[in-house]
Design a protein around this ligand. Sequence first.
Ligand SMILES: [Zn+2]
Ligand SMILES: [Zn+2]
Ligand SMILES: [Zn+2]
Ligand SMILES: [Zn+2]
Ligand SMILES: [Zn+2]
Ligand SMILES: [Zn+2]
Ligand SMILES: [Zn+2]
Length: 1701
Amino acid sequence: MASELEPEVQAIDRSLLECSAEETAGKWLQATDLTREVYQHLAHSVPKIYCRGPNPFPQKEDMLAQHVLLGPMEWYLCGEDPAFGFPKLEQANKPSHLCGRVFKVGEPTYSCRDCAVDPTCVLCMECFLGSIHRDHRYRMTTSGGGGFCDCGDAEAWKEGPYCQKHELNTSEIEEEEVKTFHKVINMQIDNEYIINILSHREKSDTYYCMLFNDEVHTYEQVIYTLQKAVNCTQKEAIGFATTVDRDGRRSVRYGDFQYCEQAKSVIVRNTSRQTKPLKVQVMHSSIVAHQNFGLKLLSWLGSIIGYSDGLRRILCQVGLQEGPDGENSSLVDRLMLNDSKLWKGARSVYHQLFMSSLLMDLKYKKLFAVRFAKNYQQLQRDFMEDDHERAVSVTALSVQFFTAPTLARMLITEENLMTIIIKTFMDHLRHRDTQGRFQFERYTALQAFKFRRVQSLILDLKYVLISKPTEWSDELRQKFLEGFDAFLELLKCMQGMDPITRQVGQHIEMEPEWEAAFTLQMKLTHVISMMQDWCASDEKVLIEAYKKCLAVLMQCHGGYTDGEQPITLSICGHSVETIRYCVSQEKVSIHLPVSRLLAGLHVLLSKSEVAYKFPELLPLKPHHTRANILTCTNLCLREMFDKDIVMLQTGVSMMDPNHFLMIMLSRFELYQIFSTPDYGKRFSSEITHKSIVIMLNVCIYTLSFLAGERFSPGVGQVNATDEIKREIIHQLSIKPMAHSELVKSLPEDENKETGMESVIEAVAHFKKPGLTGRGMYELKPECAKEFNLYFYHFSRAEQSKAEEAQRKLKRQNREDTALPPPVLPPFCPLFASLVNILQSDVMLCIMGTILQWAVEHNGYAWSESMLQRVLHLIGMALQEEKQHLENVTEEHVVTFAFTQKISKPGEAPKNSPSILAMLETLQNAPYLEIHKDMIRWILKTFNAIKKMRESSPTSPMAETEGTIMEESSRDKDKAERKRKAEIARLRREKIMAQMSEMQRHFIDENKELFQQTLELDASTSAVLDNSPVVSDMTLTALGPMQTQVPEQRQFVTCILCQEEQEVKVESRAMVLAAFVQRSTVLSKNRSKVIQDPEKYDPLFMHPDLSCGTHTSSCGHIMHAHCWQRYFDSVQAKEQRRQQRLRLHTSYDVENGEFLCPLCECLSNTVIPLLLPPRNIFNNRLNFSDQPNLTQWIRTISQQIKALQFLRKEESTPNNASSKNSEKMDELQLPEGFRPDFHPKNPYSESIKEMLTTFGTATYKVGLKVHPNEEDPRVPIMCWGSCAYTIQSIERILSDEDKPLFGPLPCRLDDCLRSLTRFAAAHWTVASLSVVQGHFCKLFASLVPNDGHEDLPCILDIDMFHLLVGMVLAFPALHCQDFSGISLGTGDLHIFHLVTMAHIIQILLTSCTEENGMDQENPSCEEESEVLALYKTLHQYTGSALKEIPSGWHLWRSVRAGIMPFLKCSALFFHYLNGVPSPPDIQVPGTSHFEHLCNYLSLPSNLICLFQENSEIMNSLIESWCLNSEVKRYLEGERDAIRYPRESNKLIDLPEDYSSLINQASNFSCPKSGGDKSRAPTLCLVCGSLLCSQSYCCQTELEGEDVGACTAHTYSCGSGVGIFLRVRECQVLFLAGKTKGCFYSPPYLDDYGETDQGLRRGNPLHLCNERFKKIQKLWHQHSVTEEIGRAQEANQTLAGIDWQHL
Ligand SMILES: [Zn+2]
Ligand SMILES: [Zn+2]
Ligand SMILES: [Zn+2]
Ligand SMILES: [Zn+2]
Ligand SMILES: [Zn+2]
Ligand SMILES: [Zn+2]
Ligand SMILES: [Zn+2]
């Protein structure tokens, strides 16, 4: 089909291209019927451009559309070439002072917490940086797309509404009017056109099958269906699905009607099974074409009005002009009303146009707002039917004008907006019960879905109310109260909805319908408090609202007592009538919004003192509150709960407290207990009802709230600051908290503010965070006295934690552990009578009864917590009385006489002792040990008050203190004894705690230790050498002069069987758990990857170190056989487990991974523990008469020649062994060389096996191939891993300025020692001829011979790898040499040779840039000699080498360049030969150049090496320089690595996190044409930005689909990756395809906390220490291990599909 159409399309292209924009525009200018003319042009051209078969070419379409369609319009508009016309317009433009930048998805937005009128006011980054708010407390979020910058909107900001850029643009003059007037018509045509086309239908020949998106089907479902329906590949289907999701629609098939219809039916059939089917439409191709052009036109208009504000205003006028059909016929109206019929892409285009035109100035914003309000009900109705998210609905625009205070108020007064919103809301919730209340039972899924959508109306209501008026007009009052009526109507439908029966002793399941009712209540909470705020700002409104509210409440509960007989209650001579009510059996509802609103208004009245001015206006009657007494048992939601308490307090303050208490007891079904004498005794035996004890506890608890909670402004004489302070004090009494924890535990207002910052300094100290963890707030000690154990916002768990913490604190301060109630602020006058509840007769009766139960303590149904609560109440009463006495003035009498009342014994018929007497009895009760301190405090306070009353009121304080002093001296001895006992106990506790801590956290501690691998802390590390160091002896690590170390016996213990064993050559093998991994940490060339591992030759490491093999170990030692048994059992267990259910683990058994049995460190093989291997072979100690370098090279060359000859002989067939010996004679074997000799392997079988095991593992992991112990590359990989690991450790030490031989942590020391010795011993298990072959090749790279031709030039060899390889392969040759040359001599000569080659390498590549410090005359020996050497080089390279003027310069670069090599060599020979390091190198300091040279048997003037061996060196240097690659380099045709290589670092991160967000918001997916990436992810190693976690950027890797991050790790980090997920502010570690974890990001807010997921939005700044820590993990190759640990700790991590990230 496509191929058929192709030529046709091409042909049309040409005719279109010939079309001239200027001519067309000219024709239009002369046309009489312009509309017809333009329409004809469009009808002719649009289908040709946009109807081009199945596959759209967006760029081509855009190009043609600009040329043929938009171009003429631009010409017409400007009357000249738009290239000149538009800039002219732009120049003359007086732009709006509003910024109006429309936000892209993921773009950072800023809100000022100090100045924003509400949290919806935001700034773009540019405006923010240019505003005063950057120094204020701001909040940062990433935009979800949509919405625009509010810069310049004076109503949005309390201060600083303009940024620097938008400050000056305040002109409103119109001069474009005349010039652009005639263009109005043109615009109109365009707009008409859009409307016509978008809702146009017609039939003809070609069609598209158009798929639309919905919010029901998943990506996978769509992809699967499409593959079936239109027969496409998975890739194509993914493409379709991605576009549908992004744009809202995509054609999936092109052809005739039948063909498209068929695809449609398949799609519908496939998706209709569970849910409603996907929306598919077969559409005529030219319709689609016109629609596409329509969209293009809209965005074109958007850009055109950007040139001139005049044009923008014209567009607004045209858009709002009423059409021929009257009401609602303007373009804007019609677009809005068609919103839900349009697809996602079309909606967002016209929404954006609205935002950049209508919303850009107040005049049109106002007009538009009116249109919006008029259509409000219809728009909401459409939205309910629509299934798209609110973000793509036109209804979401409400935030743009509802939140503007003047607009909102205008809409309320003129359009009655409040009432409209509430009525619309009510319309959508039609299910009511018989009493007219909302009913959420039996909600279908669809209704539930709609219910969720309806909630956005509450949001609108919130927007409208967000700023309360400063001035009220009569009109506003009237409309607000009308809205308030509607609101009360709504609350009435909620009052008492969803009643439930109280369930004792079991949890109430969250039923879905219950949840719906609950959600509604929660959502309205803020609205209710905003309503109250509005009421509070005007007295008239407040009083009217109060009356209305009261009336509605009466309606709700009017018929409550119908038909019921009142009952009479009486206790202590008080009696009251009430209704019968049984809480345990009857239904209760927690939904009482009307009552709570009334409570809120009541408090406001109290605060504003209106109550006293208009007492006649307040028809307050106590009985209204009765019905609500029970609500306090449902302690669900704080806001509701607080209001309930206030409601009760209101009730009590207006009633006789005795009456109130009796009603309350009766409601709790406790009346009988206190009204009947001795009932308590009976009920303990007869009705042992647990629930009564619970009820009684709750009841007393509630009583303490009523008298004690005075921190709401209006109830007590406090302000909002006191309230928040108290909240914070109680939260911090539980434990020190981080900022975010504290914020979470505090109530937020509608601006999401807690007010915490203003008071926190007064009550808490801030403790900064360390490398891990968060900053913490700690309660100031002086605030502890304000602690109230029965703080009403404590949950039960919090309360007991706080109690424990506070008691502990008191013990630590050696105080008594009583937690008396705090001194409280006085009540407001309206609530003042509340305190009398504490001294009422019924209250005293309750207290007395419970105390009596405690005194007679056996049998009765009392509990300790009950007693504790009663003691607390008594304490409160005493504090109250004391307060009254202290504040009393001359003419007043203190009426609060609690002390007197409790001193009186009970009257007949009870004759019980007085409360005071009972307390004195209880003081000595042995079973009340823990309450003793509290009782003692009560008695002490009682005495103090008594004294105060007795003495004159002028000096009560002194008396009080005197009493306390007296008392304390009496208790002094006792206290001292107690104190000592306490100290002893504390010490004991501490020791016990330490011990158990040590046991329990052994592993944790180790983990700590491992994380600090290189924190060179002496306590966690062993001294490097276990042999005594003789400091005055010169230590030499290698060569004939090697320092002889007495042999050390080494004993180790197996962690598995705990058996101790000596490490010996012939004993069973001991092994270390080890982890081998590929590494690119040192890589200088990340683009290089091993292409074909089967053919790859690793013999020579390139100096770019692009891919190495790293070995690490946790240092834990096991028997080889113990480990084998352990590993087999792990494997068996894992296999069994996988059969049952495939559980993910943090380690991959199939790949040989396991966790160290002791520390759970991830491992994948073991290294055998060995003695220094050289000592085993180097038993000939006659060092006299050793050859010099020249002689040695000749000897070795001869030996190699002999070997090569023999090898050739062997490979030639028909060779008898007898003949062999003849040939040997012929060859003239070098003296003492016996190539037929095969040494005996000294190691035990078990050690040999482990040598093979580790060697094979290194080979397998390093090359990523199947294990093959016979492969000749095995020994090379072993040497390579040894060299690479040493190099990486040398880098870490240098980067941290640590001394080379400082105290290394044990596990590093053990690892390096075992690894080096293993690599040195490995040749004994490999084929001798293979190792000899490797040696010959390595040797030939420096000493050329005929056998080896194409070896790398010396610029392309890493010299340290070469050194290690040669030294470790050499024994294979040397073992056949019986001429008396020692192995040490060989080592020394190899080392010298390689060192000289490295110096040449450095000189050839030395950087020749001048730094102006040239010194003509060499001032020291080294400098003149190095200059001479350089001249020789210059000569050998045929003068290609650049002239270097300064020897000083050269010598410096040689010294600097060779340092890493010398350090690595020192480490290598140290571990190889076991010679202790010289003490000088063990301490940190500057360069240890001389000491290193001494230790390594080198002259400190390295150039001497060349002179001593000039005989052979001159010819070698010449041969190196003649290499063609060296020539190419010197001629500038290729590059080479320079020395010293710089250490790799993670990329530089910006200090301010928002600039990262901004960077990422500009990043678009590289594969889906300019689309914004959803999860932009930054590689911290190389700085690439990737489009992660998305279908668009999945690629195939080794036959599996992987996400962009996983794919990147393979090229950038050989499987290991460190990323920053920018939107989430989260560090991501990946290893392999299956492993990953999240790590805390290096960005902290001012409170020392990270913000993963950017939920809090506090400004974030780079924490360098934490970033360095991540870099260190990378340098130490610990990322994989970190992932393993995280996955072990958190099993859910293993379930995440890491490979798709
Ligand atoms: Zn802006
Ligand atoms: Zn601005
Ligand atoms: Zn500000
Ligand atoms: Zn063992
Ligand atoms: Zn371990
Ligand atoms: Zn990278
Ligand atoms: Zn992508």
